[in-house]
Structure formats: structure tokens, C-alpha cells
Design a protein around this ligand. Structure first.
Ligand SMILES: Nc1ncnc2c1ncn2[C@@H]1O[C@H](COP(=O)(O)OP(=O)(O)OP(=O)(O)O)[C@@H](O)[C@H]1O
Ligand SMILES: [Mg+2]
Length: 280
């Protein structure tokens, strides 16, 4: 069981567990419990026989069977509904699943890795998570600390992200100035490592050759940007972030910002106009 705030690296740890295990040549199958409508999740996990419910036009194996011999990663397990929790517990105990609409149990052999950004013990107290399932899943609990509690790791990770981003984009490697390091170390990073990664990528983009200065490090730029589950921004979101940051850096002077970004003033207006709520 991996727990930790959003962006602390739970999925990364799940992958590390699987790919460093003797199951690495078999599948790592991920299911985001929160992302699948509750009426579909049972068939998603356990599969179904043809005709077992309206819409079940073909027989389909579930994620448990797909993960046979490998690992099944149940992300956001805290969102699972109580009635499904009962079924999951039974599967874990019996080590076999029954497809919807079938009477034949099928043996399963997979390592279960679960992740949650909730405090599951609290959920148990509130009656939202079954205590028996909690202890069945606990296994080796791995708690990922928030980035703000990881001290110098912030800088180690920042350097890592600078290096990879520069390499990917053919930019000469840059360094964080002393003051920039202090700025990063004193920030709380509510979005944890995912946030650090995007802050760094933006800083590399905004900075001049050589050193990244504090002004290039935009913390919590404007309103929060909605992250997609994979933690990547769309090109449009990047565009907007970069433009806002460049404007801020240049005292909201659109002409200067346009010059820095080597685009026309009208392009900036257009992109800002597309974005509702730009009020600064
Ligand atoms: N130790 C690390 N080294 C390098 N990159 C990391 C590390 N930990 C996390 N990341 C990166 O940070 C981002 C967020 O990680 P991940 O998706 O695993 O977080 P999460 O805990 O699953 O978040 P959420 O709860 O929002 O799903 C990813 O881009 C991941 O590659
Ligand atoms: Mg995740």
C-alpha cells in the first residue's frame, strides 16, 4: 500500500516495485478506481461473459486476469465503493475471481499494489473503508512524504528535471543560482514533485543562458493550472503559463514580453483572450 499526497510519486513507486520484481516480464495493469464509473468497475476488474448484462455483447476478461503472473495497480483505492470492497476482499482471500455472468471461478496470481492520497485509516474510522480490507491490503505500507518535508531532495530533484528537460529540448544545461535554490527550498509545493517538475521546466524556458534566477521561478502562477492525470500540461496550457510568467517578469509590458518570446503582440492578446479569468 502506497500512500502520499498528490504528486509525491505513488505511481512511479508502483512501477518501480513491479519492474524490479520477478514479475517484471509480465504485465503491470493499472486501474484508476476513481476514474471508472462505479457501475462499470466490477466488470472492468473481474470481466464478464457474453450477454451477462445489457451491452455485454462479447465476453471480456477483466484486469485481474490481464495481470495474471504480473501486478495489478489499483490507484485511488480509497474511492472504491463499499459493495465492491466486499468483492475485492473475497478475491484477495480466495485468490480467484468469477466473471460477471459466470459460475466458474478462475485462479488469479497477481501482486496487488494499491495507492491512495487519502488517510485510509481515517476512512476506516468514518466507515467509508472496510477495516478487514484495509488490513488485507496494508502489506508493506510505503508512505511517501510531501516534498516540503524532504529537505535537500528538492534540489536533487530540481537538478534532475533541469538535466532531462534541457537534454530533451537541446538546451545547454543550466544551473540554479544560490537565490533560486533558496526560493525553491522555502516553498511548500502543494502539488509536490509534479509541481516541482513543471515549475522547473517553465524556469528553464524563461531563463536566459546559464543561470536560472529567482524571477524565472514562478510559484503558483496565477490560478492553479489543472493537471491531467499523467501530470503533463497541454501545449496550450504551457503557452499560457509561459506568457503569463513572461508578462509578470516584465511588469506586464506586453511589447517587451512579445519581444522576449519572439512572437507578435497580437498573438499574446489572442491567447490571453482565449483564457477566461485573466485579470491581472
Ligand atoms: N523520485 C522521483 N524522481 C523523478 N521524478 C519523480 C519522482 N517522483 C515523482 N516523480 C515525477 O513526478 C510526477 C508525479 O508522480 P506520480 O504520478 O507518480 O505521483 P502520484 O503520487 O501518483 O500523484 P497523484 O496522487 O496525483 O496520482 C511524475 O511526472 C513523476 O515522474
Ligand atoms: Mg497517481
Amino acid at each position: 500500500m502506497i500512500s502520499g499526497e498528490t504528486g509525491t510519486g505513488k505511481e512511479l513507486v508502483a512501477k518501480a516495485i513491479h519492474y524490479n520484481s520477478s514479475r517484471k516480464d509480465k504485465a503491470l495493469v493499472a486501474v484508476n478506481v476513481a476514474a471508472i464509473p462505479s457501475e462499470l468497475i466490477e466488470s472492468e476488474l473481474f470481466g464478464h461473459e457474453k450477454g451477462s448484462f445489457t451491452g455485454a455483447s462479447i465476453r471480456r476478461i477483466g484486469k485481474f486476469e490481464e495481470a495474471d503472473g504480473g501486478s495489478l495497480f489499483l490507484d485511488e483505492i480509497g474511492e472504491m465503493e463499499l459493495n465492491l470492497q466486499v468483492k475485492l476482499l473475497r478475491v484477495l482471500q480466495e485468490k480467484e475471481i468469477v466473471r460477471i455472468g459466470s459460475n466458474n471461478p478462475v485462479k488469479t496470481d497477481c501482486r496487488i499494489i494499491v495507492a491512495t492520497n487519502k488517510n485510509l485509516k481515517e476512512e476506516v474510522k468514518k466507515g467509508k473503508f472496510r477495516e478487514d480490507l484495509y488490513y488485507r491490503l496494508l502489506g508493506l505500507p510505503i508512505e511517501l512524504p510531501p516534498l516540503r518535508d524532504r529537505g535537500n531532495d528538492i534540489l536533487i530533484l530540481a537538478h534532475h528535471f533541469i538535466e532531462t528537460f534541457c537534454a530533451e529540448n537541446n538546451i545547454r544545461p543550466k544551473k540554479l543560482s544560490e537565490k533560486s535554490q533558496m526560493k525553491l527550498l522555502s516553498y511548500t509545493f502543494p502539488g509536490n514533485i509534479r509541481e516541482l517538475k513543471s515549475v522547473i521546466e517553465l524556469a528553464v524556458t524563461l531563463s536566459d543562458e546559464g543561470e536560472i534566477e529567482p524571477a524565472d521561478i514562478i510559484l503558483d502562477a496565477g490560478e492553479p493550472v489543472a493537471y491531467t492525470p499523467e501530470g503533463q500540461l497541454t501545449l496550450k496550457e504551457y503557452e499560457l503559463k509561459i506568457i503569463k510568467a513572461t508578462l509578470k517578469k516584465n511588469n506586464m509590458d506586453i511589447k517587451v514580453a512579445a519581444g522576449k518570446l519572439d512572437i507578435g503582440v497580437s498573438t499574446i492578446y489572442r491567447i490571453l483572450k482565449d483564457e477566461k479569468g485573466w485579470s491581472q
